[in-house]
Design a protein around this ligand. Sequence first.
Ligand SMILES: [Zn+2]
Length: 541
Amino acid sequence: MINWNDIDVKGKTKGTKKTTCPSCSHDRNKKTDPCLSVDIDNGVAFCHHCSDYSIKESEQKESPYILPKQDWSNYTSLSDAMVKWLEDRRISQLTAIELKITEELHYIPQANKEQNCIVFNYFEGQTVVAKKYRSGAKHFAKSKDSKSIFYNINSIIGQETAYIVEGEMDVLAMHELGIKNVISVPNGANDNDNQWIESQRYLKGVKRFIIATDNDTKGIELREKISHRLGKYRCEFIEFKGKDANDDLISGELEQSIKQAKKFPVGGTYTSNDLMDGIMDLYRNGLPKTLTIENKSFGTDFNKVFSPMLGQVTTITGIPSGGKSNFNDWYVINLINEYKLKGSWFSPEHSPMELYQTNLIEKVTGRNFYEKQGGKRITEEGILEYNEWAKDKIYLTDCEDGEAPTWTWLMDKFKEQLYSYGINIFVIDAFNKVILPSGNKLDAINDVMTKLTHFAQSNNVAVFLVAHPTKMRKDEKTGLYDIPTLYDVSGSADFRNQTHNGYTIHRMYGGQDKAGIEIEQCTLFINTKTKYNFQGQIGNR
Ligand SMILES: [Zn+2]
């Protein structure tokens, strides 16, 4: 590994730089050939001539992780039994040596004793940052409080393509076949945010991902989650004949399986043949699933009135203090809960963040946060329970350094969160709190709406955009305000034209209508637009 400090980036402090390689340039005929690509921002470098690489040490002073004992380098040989075990799985000794597989007696909780284990050493550069132990009976243990990072992460530094598999044995199987740019998720089908955040600097340079998770329900779910974070447009996937890469290696079918990598259906141009899987699915299973709500508090007909879909933008309007934000928060929380999704809020009107969380706590638990008349107050245990539920589902975004947010900043933030946390629903409350690009206002709104709808569609996420209406007309006779529609959203008709869906929340305070009929005090939900007929009817309430 190249020492980061030996790299000469000619004083550059940002972006990327091509320069000579401290490992090989002095031995080459072309001594000045800039064969080393340096990614200064992410602190990684890769030599296209000798394949050596460099990782800049993290500036973080205190590591939140515990490093396992660095004893792998003294390691010389595997036991005959271990070599035999690997051979049964068609893994050669050469692969075991190249991936620095070791063997140790380790305590296995399921067996409640020490057992002989194969050890997968998780290297980051030349440091073992985690160890995973696997016993003969396929029980696993992991080094305590170690870093959560993909297995074999060094292998993808400087690579255009990376394969992602579901277990360490699958990395070995792919490596055996000569595919060396392959990493594995560290916790099997259990996706977690940390592994993505810790591996980000290495994944950033990769252009194409081939996802090769297990051929079972959990593996397919994991494939969806991984492609969601990385962006489906740059992902392909492999469907194994057996359960996983190692199974197909044993049966001799791995090469064939890999050759048949498929693209995810997103964007671009398609023939009916490309779309056949989707067409047959519609024929057999009917119209696509919309996001319906089980919670009976929404009323029995709510799903007939309105149901959005992932991949769509929904614009919410209503007279100020009419309860639109409140309703939308409650609605989104129910979607998150019922579909096991993750939501991100950008709601600068509701700063500070702690205060806003108390608001969400009340909606999730149905209890009062503060002491007040009527209803029960949440207990401290209740708050901790909420945190257990919310900590990997609810994400709040604050403006940085008190600076006013621009749309470019917010869209970048969303892309970042999509990768780091796998967010499915983004809430923007409200449109006018984000600064429009300068110039013609109509053009700027058109541009933002185009970017938002494209972001939702290409990443299959739902965006809920709260937008205030222009000053609403008051009927002189009845004293009632007109109910705003998407055409009343201030600024542009593009809200109506570009959004996929819309709804209005309108509070009726009582009184009499034009015909003199008494109006009940209530809050109305009005569908103002749905993209497809099967999602509900405009005007329904
Ligand atoms: Zn080199």
